[in-house]
Design a protein around this ligand. Structure first.
Ligand code: HEC
Length: 144
């Protein structure tokens, strides 16, 4: 077996351990197909539907338990609406950006869904103006 095959095998084994959703994502990473797999346009208007159909659940778990991405359940970072909006619009090191695949309304809805689910009880909801403004201003400078 070549080194490359050995590496692929190890990656796959880790993926299997991480579960089916994560497996799709890690296989996507290996093949360079991640964006097409992990960010899906959807016409859903319900928070739970956007969360599953856009691909969030594949990385963060159907119940926010985490996987490739950190747990969103009982996550104190989610109190910060700006952090959540920035993360969804522009992505992170691994998480892809959703600016091009979700509308401002969908981002508001999915933000408020994760911020009020699974033990998160954030009382100051994300609002549409915040998303519109953040989208217009663009991604924060490097390191932000
Ligand atoms: C390809 C996997 C992947 C997908 C798809 C994904 N995320 Fe993430 N997410 C991550 C990772 C990994 C991080 C940690 C930062 C980084 O490296 O991007 C993260 C970070 C976050 C954070 C910040 C968590 C914290 O503790 O600060 C939030 C909120 C979040 N994601 C929400 C979402 C939502 C909502 C969606 C769907 C619209 C989504 N993610 C889709 C992988 C993903």
């Amino acid at each position: 077996m070549s080194l490359e095959n050995a590496a692929m095998k190890t990656r796959r084994q880790r993926a299997i351990a991480a579960g089916a959703g994560a497996m799709v994502v890690l296989a996507g990473l290996g093949l360079g197909l991640l964006p097409a797999r992990a960010q899906n346009a959807t016409t859903a208007t319900d928070g739970a539907d956007i969360y599953s159909q856009a691909g969030c659940a594949g990385c963060h778990g159907p119940n926010g338990e985490g996987g490739v991405g950190p747990a969103l359940a009982a996550n104190p970072d989610l109190a910060n609406s700006a952090l959540v909006v920035n993360q969804i619009l522009f992505g992170g090191e691994i998480m892809p950006p959703f600016a091009a695949v979700l509308t401002d309304e969908q981002i508001v809805t999915v933000s408020n869904y994760v911020r009020s689910s699974w033990g998160n009880t954030n009382t100051t909801p994300t609002e549409i103006g915040e998303v519109t403004q953040t989208r217009t201003e663009g991604a924060p400078a490097a390191g932000g």
